[in-house]
Design a protein around this ligand. Structure first.
Ligand SMILES: [Zn+2]
Ligand SMILES: [Zn+2]
Length: 194
């Protein structure tokens, strides 16, 4: 597990976009693994192989700083109601997802972008695990949601929800999100296995 107050570096594949997750005490983040088609098709949409599952460090947006190459940050949404899927356009690397509303403060950083992925320890929750008969299973989701809600409440009370690289002061996303066309969405999903 990350030590109290530790800073974790992250970067896109080519290294032009860099940043850090600051003050990563164990209470400040949750390490999960997600097998859902949205997380995986964020990769296939960008021309990458289906990762089959995506490691995610969930934390609050005020802890994220982009220190270099912020001009490469772009965002898309799978559907008009979908989450914001942030990526580096220099090398088409998926980086983050956030909800559409800044006030929710939540952010997930793909752990494959961390300089030291082992620093976040073992995942405590796993979502959309494929199970026999086309079903899915989940593990630890109650704990995951509980931790998310606790962090959200604290940041809203303190006003720290305004401190984010993903949204402007008026709450609009810092980059205009592109919504995938039905064809682009279908093509991204075609690349995702079960
Ligand atoms: Zn890059
Ligand atoms: Zn997912």
């Amino acid at each position: 597990m990350a030590a109290e107050g530790e800073t974790l570096g992250f970067a896109c594949t080519c290294g032009r976009l860099r940043g850090e997750v600051r003050d990563v005490s164990p209470a400040a983040y949750t390490h999960i693994v997600c097998h859902c088609r949205d997380c995986r098709s964020a990769y296939t949409h960008l021309g990458l192989a289906d990762p089959e599952k995506v490691g995610i460090l969930q934390t609050t947006q005020d802890r994220i700083r982009i220190t270099e190459g912020g001009e490469h940050l772009r965002v898309f949404r799978h559907t008009p109601k979908g989450a914001l899927r942030w990526f580096a356009t220099c090398c088409d690397t998926p980086l983050f997802y956030t909800p559409l509303k800044a006030r929710l403060v939540h952010v997930g950083l793909n752990t494959d972008r961390l300089e030291t992925p082992d620093a976040v320890g073992e995942p405590v929750a796993e979502a959309y695990i494929p199970a026999p008969g086309g079903k899915v299973k989940n593990r630890g989701l109650g704990r995951m949601v509980g931790r998310m809600v606790t962090r959200m409440a604290a940041k809203n009370l303190s006003g720290e929800w305004r401190d984010t690289p993903f949204f402007e002061e008026d709450g609009t996303p810092a980059r205009a999100p592109r919504v995938l066309s039905r064809e682009d969405r279908a093509a991204a999903l075609m690349g995702v296995g079960r």
